[in-house]
Design a protein around this ligand. Structure first.
Ligand code: ZN
Length: 330
């Protein structure tokens, strides 16, 4: 989703905002009028991700005359090949968009929850269950529409202040900025983040008195691992979901981290190929569901490794899928 949105939002001006369902603003500190007022007319600086959170930094509007010093956002390869644009044959006059100012102090924050999607459309296209709509004017791509669609309304949009992330590394993927939305500051880096610190993670994991899958789903310890990816990585590493973290050896914890990265990388790759031709479908799980699962959702089917049936246990109001033969508590 981040990769797909980046070229379409970077440098775009928010022409108008429509809130169809205020429940999608419950993480916004203020009424919908406040959300609309602050966002309308703002310039988006890019798309940044940490874990399951995405944010679009807003260029400061009170700074004038700084256009010449703005950052240059490369638009090479733009747009995402599966994004259908209003004018597909548009010739791109310049390969870059100059942003008015590089140091945003607030950002639009998105979380998809269980069922959220961000759909990039032309101005004529509506989507059922659109909760919030942004009309964008992009300096190269022209008028676009961003529909925030969410069936179950566990996802949200909000405007949040950007605060120091606490270290001197980029706060998220997609930007060099050290600033992070306040509501994301407590979220740990995800294992694909270049600034993810393996030794720090392994030390914290070993110090937690919990079980391994609970630890994997704890977004303050490590982010971006959902229920599907946890089950798949545990299956690949042959670790039982209920293995106490205090008895998980360091080599096995390191092996699990390798499998987590493999699962997340594969999911991102397949998410990129599952985009519908008409829009950026940000739910990467759709591609992943189709042909890559070894354990998740396969209860009763043969374990691809040993042939014995996969089992599903109740776990944290959801399920844990595993092979009782390959994955034992040690
Ligand atoms: Zn097995």
């Amino acid at each position: 989703m981040r990769a797909g949105l980046e070229p379409a939002v970077t440098g775009a001006v928010v022409a108008s905002v429509t809130v169809f369902d205020e429940r999608s603003l419950r993480r916004h500190d203020g009424p919908s009028e406040d959300f609309i007022d602050r966002l309308t007319g703002a310039t988006l600086e890019g798309a940044v991700r940490r874990g399951k959170f995405l944010w679009l930094p807003l260029a400061d509007t009170d700074v004038v005359g700084s256009r010449g010093t703005g950052v240059t956002q490369s638009l090479a390869g733009l747009p995402h090949p599966s994004v259908r644009l209003p004018h597909p044959s548009v010739h791109l006059p310049h390969p870059s968009v100059h942003l008015p100012h590089p140091s945003a102090h607030e950002a639009v924050v998105l979380h998809l929850g269980m069922s959220g999607q961000v759909l990039l459309r032309d101005r004529r296209t509506d989507d059922a269950l659109t909760r919030i709509r942004l009309e964008l004017d992009h300096p190269v791509l022209g008028p676009l529409r961003l529909n925030f669609v969410d069936q179950r309304i566990f996802g949200s949009m909000s405007i949040d202040a950007l605060v120091p992330s606490g270290d001197d590394r980029a706060a998220g993927l997609g930007s060099d900025s050290r600033l992070i939305p306040a509501q994301v500051a407590h979220i740990a880096r995800d294992p694909l983040d270049p600034a993810f610190d393996d030794r720090h993670f392994l030390a914290r994991l070993a110090g937690k008195n919990t079980t391994i899958k609970r630890a994997m789903l704890d977004q303050t310890l490590v982010s971006g691992i959902g229920n599907i990816y946890a089950d798949e990585a545990l299956w690949a590493a042959r670790i039982h979901y209920d293995q106490p973290t205090t008895t998980l050896s360091r080599p096995r914890a390191k092996a699990l981290l390798v499998e987590v990265r493999a699962v997340l990388s594969r999911a991102l790759g397949e998410g990129g190929t599952s985009f519908d031709a008409q829009y950026v479908n940000v739910n990467g799980a759709s591609g992943y569901f189709s042909h890559s699962l070894n354990a998740y959702g396969r209860q009763g089917a043969a374990c691809p490794r040993c042939g014995r049936p996969i089992v599903r246990d109740q776990f944290m109001n959801r399920g844990a899928h595993y092979c009782p033969y390959c994955q034992r508590v040690r």
